[in-house]
Design a protein around this ligand. Structure first.
Ligand SMILES: Nc1ncnc2c1ncn2[C@@H]1O[C@H](COP(=O)(O)OP(=O)(O)OP(=O)(O)O)[C@@H](O)[C@H]1O
Length: 293
């Protein structure tokens, strides 16, 4: 039996014995490795197994798992997925997380039309989680890969106002250690300065958000998550009282066309620069960059 607490600087994570885990099915595959639904001590959990790169020494994989676990373990917020424990037994190194049964936000958004007040509430929850990461956590953290695949619903979207949880801290970094680092993230969600110069800041996280000022080319011109949250909270009340669902959905169709146009333009520019046409946006794996620290 392992079950000890490992304290590394101020961060503590619970070490779990692999024999205590029961893995049921693969629910997704990310840059870090496969994610399984499983059970641990009677609770449903999501188990994120570390992928072992054949060209990489196992000690490097172990270091990466410890780094993600240390950072993840110090985060406590209703909109951040909870890390329950870590298995450091080679070759079964994995993170054991609270299970979000409702699936990724990307899937919920691609399905049926969601009423505007629920959409705005989801945005409020994400902004709340991001504000905590940037300003409320023991050490401020930059996520670096905020996107709809990395926001999971705790329950099915049909449930009334399900809780949203931000996941995937494989690329996240403590703020004081983060300015310039190797490119990592997902192109479609990246801030321009990250694509051009690999320079990260709190502003590069808020680029993945709304309102329109978040799209400012200058990261210093983008609002903080405190400002984003204040605007969204005010909007949440207005939407419920004033917004007619049909007019909202036709607005949404307009935005989709506008965003599609922007991406078509980007693809065309990329083609002119000689790199050939980038792959279609729905092929998100093609837009992944390396995970090197
Ligand atoms: N705690 C969780 N509960 C339920 N499902 C989860 C949980 N964590 C991750 N998943 C699911 O597992 C899949 C893979 O997640 P992961 O965060 O590893 O990769 P990703 O974000 O899809 O890709 P990448 O890591 O390359 O950015 C996603 O579909 C996600 O919804």
């Amino acid at each position: 039996m392992v079950n000890t607490y490992c304290t590394v600087r101020q961060n503590t994570f619970k070490e779990v014995d692999f024999a205590e885990l029961s893995l049921e099915e693969v629910i997704g595959v990310g840059g870090f490795g496969k994610v399984y639904r499983g059970t641990w001590r009677g609770d449903l959990v999501a188990v994120k197994a570390a992928r072992q790169d054949p060209d990489e020494d196992i000690s490097v994989t172990s270091q990466n798992v410890r780094r993600e676990a240390r950072l993840f373990a110090m985060l406590t917020h209703p909109n951040i997925i909870t890390l329950k424990g870590v298995c450091l037994q080679e070759p079964n190194m994995c993170l054991i997380m609270e299970y979000a049964a409702g699936g990724p936000l990307s899937r919920a958004l691609a399905g049926r039309r969601i009423p505007p007040h629920i959409l705005v509430n989801w945005a409020v929850q994400i902004a709340g989680g991001m504000l905590y990461l940037h300003s409320g956590a023991i050490v401020p953290v930059i996520h670096r890969d905020l996107k709809s695949n990395n926001s999971n619903l705790l329950a099915r979207p049909s449930a009334r106002g399900p809780t949203l949880k931000i996941t995937d801290f494989g690329l996240a970094r403590e703020w004081h250690k983060t300015t310039k680092m190797s490119a990592a993230g997902t192109y479609a969600w990246m801030a321009p300065e990250v694509i051009k110069t690999s320079t990260f800041s709190r502003g590069s996280d808020s680029r993945s958000s709304l309102p329109a000022e978040c799209w400012d080319q200058d990261p210093h011109g983008r609002p903080s998550f405190a400002a984003v949250l204040a605007q969204l909270s005010a909007l949440e009340h207005r939407v419920l009282d004033e917004m007619h669902q049909d007019s909202f959905h036709s607005l949404q169709d307009g935005w989709k066309l506008e965003i599609q146009g922007m991406f078509d333009e980007l693809r065309a520019k990329e083609k002119v620069r000689g790199g050939g046409a980038p792959p279609p946006l729905h092929d998100s794996s093609a837009y992944r960059l390396t995970r090197t620290p």
